[in-house]
Design a protein around this ligand. Structure first.
Ligand code: DGL
Length: 271
């Protein structure tokens, strides 16, 4: 039994899709969440900058003695994959769990990937899928606008602007006949109802947050790090910009008021 929290971080609030799934799958685990809301987006930045931010974010979580690091950001998971792999504790991003799920789900071998520009340019999802399904045909699309739409909470299923953006981004994936789409950015599961409508029947969406949470469960078990199953998890949220914006959006995404659990942190102190 290990009482230490799971450390989860993202460039902003998209990582709450992972938190939502962890709370469901591992309700007894504590979570420390860091959302780098002062520096979002990461996905349009250089690899060097993303790696610097990643190192700072991890340093912050390590001060909280996290037992496992969950990178709830597609951009960090793919661009900083080596850094995550070489941490001195169990850690995961979203790429491996999502690739495993997609390789299992596809029937026609055609897999679409939606991600940020940095994620798509890294080719990391392609590599993870091809190592499990060498013949897979992959259509990758970078969808940077969707990040801003989620950050602004334009996620209602009938939102005209978001629907139009999703249609435009999905066009190459639909034309290629993909039967499986990886939501390769943790902001995108928050748009699942819209993406599902646009993609249509018969297309499986891989929710990166949910797949990551299942993978975390497996890692905790393998490393003997599970917490007492009788207790209820506690949650603490830190952000690098004013907390108000974050907890207002979190209210919609998590369906609960987290204002008393949410604090500002000066991430520049963690160098
Ligand atoms: N949550 C980030 C990701 O999954 C997207 C936002 C960003 O560009 O920082 O890549």
């Amino acid at each position: 039994m290990d009482k230490r929290p799971i450390g989860v971080f993202d460039s902003g609030l998209g990582g709450l899709s992972t938190v939502r799934a962890i709370k469901k799958i591992l309700p007894n685990e504590d979570i420390i969440y860091f959302g780098d809301t002062g520096r979002v987006p990461y996905g349009t930045r250089s690899n060097e900058t993303i790696e610097t931010y990643t190192a700072q974010d991890i340093k912050f979580l390590e001060r909280h003695s996290c037992k496992l690091i969950a990178v709830a950001c597609g951009t960090v998971s793919t661009v900083s994959a080596e850094l995550i792999k070489n941490l001195n504790k169990p850690a995961t991003g979203i790429a491996i769990p999502s690739a495993i799920a997609a390789a299992k789900a596809t029937k026609n071998g055609k897999i679409g990937i939606m991600g940020t520009s940095a994620t798509i340019n890294s080719g990391a999802f392609d590599r993870e899928i091809h190592s499990r399904y060498p013949k897979a045909e992959i259509i990758s699309v970078s969808c940077p606008l969707l990040v801003s739409l989620v950050e602004n909470n334009w996620i209602a299923v009938d939102d005209e602007v978001t629907n139009a953006a999703v249609k435009r981004y999905l066009e190459p994936i639909i034309s290629a006949g993909c039967d499986t789409i990886i939501l390769g950015c943790t902001h995108f599961p928050l748009l699942s109802p819209i993406i599902k409508n646009v993609a249509g029947e018969g297309v499986t969406l891989i929710d990166s947050g949910y797949e990551e949470a299942k993978y975390i469960k497996k890692l905790l078990k393998e490393n003997n790090l599970e917490n007492d199953s009788e207790r209820k998890g506690e949650y603490k949220y830190f952000v690098s910009d004013k907390p108000q914006n974050f907890y207002t959006a979190a209210n919609t995404l998590l369906g609960e008021d987290i204002r008393n659990e949410c604090e500002f942190v000066d991430i520049f102190k963690y160098i």
